[in-house]
Design a protein around this ligand. Sequence first.
Ligand code: AMP
Length: 403
Amino acid sequence: MTANPTRVLVLNSGSSSVKYQLLDMAESRRLAVGLVERIGEETSRLVHTPLATGGARRVHEGPMADHDAALKAVAAELAADGLGLDSPQLAAIGHRVVHGGLKFTEPTVIDEVVLKEIERLVPVAPLHNPANITGIRTAQALRPDLPQIAVFDTAFHTTMPEYAARYAIDVATADAHRIRRYGFHGTSHAYVSRRTARLLGKDPSEVNVIVLHLGNGASASAVAGGRCVDTSMGLTPLEGLVMGTRSGDIDPAVTFHLKRVAGMSADEIDELLNKRSGLVGLCGDNDMREIRRRIDEGDKAAALAFDIYIHRLKKYLGAYTAVLGRVDAVAFTAGVGENAAPVRAAAMAGLEGLGMAVDADRNAVRSDEPRLISPEGARVAVAVVPTDEELEIAQQTYALVTA
Ligand code: AMP
């Protein structure tokens, strides 16, 4: 008798990259992790770490024409470790899908109807959904017999009340074009808000948490009793916090102004706000480490970029405090949130009136574990909670196929 399959492969397909992890859910361990970058270019690169065998990281450089070639290369790497995709121990493949609109509120078994719906959402996620679809089709071709599960970045936010999700524009126009706040990074906000509750020794239903996912992309969410009630990203991931290369909140009239006065096209404005704004637009760097180094050297542009970034964070902390009424915890996560102590200290500075503060010694500790950084006895628990979107996708995928 063969045991039930317990492995899940998680695929996160970007326009020119694929990130992957193979996990064993019964043993709660990662067997392999890796990344293919620059798909479609001469300089494609695959980095594979075989955690199960404890072997050394393997790097392959050389052209990979498309996602099909990339996934086949990944499959070959896994096979070399005895973890091939043909293994009967593989239970399912879990795919990160960025935009699930309003239809997909839960992880979903992918069939042609589901794929059509993900395709129908391409106009609201032109950069992400096509890559996700390509990844799914390629994986289906490799293992047509296996359940393929979509886990949507938007799903966690579908609980937002209508008054938080609807923009104050003409209802007929908004509805005709499906314009509303969807929110993104939902898998991370779900994982981190739940993990924060556990850190406090509570059930998620008992706590109100503000999650600050601060990576190159950044978003905040207000989570009341385990349900998202507001989030900073909107129709697209452009809205909200100041990000590595995105502006976040801006007067929409700036866009008409750029068109009418500067003669820029819609595509040029899109590129400006998504790729040449945020920290990189303000000071030329989007890496918080580099920005802090420049500030230490007295660089004024870097200091102003940092202050603008922090000011926006504080505005959202205040807004979400009001939205939630009572805040039990603030959780910092993702590249900046997990690593940049000066960002956490600055974001919390002066918020004692909201019951929020950071203990300098606790904040300085470096660790991969969830931890509290607020002073003993603080009204609001301030925490650093490393995110793990791949684990969350694997758990949701496995739960669905074993239900
Ligand atoms: P993510 O998108 O979550 O991978 O976050 C990437 C960003 O995290 C980078 O662009 C950096 O700005 C930031 N980051 C990563 N490591 C550190 C660190 N040690 N200190 C400050 N910022 C960091």
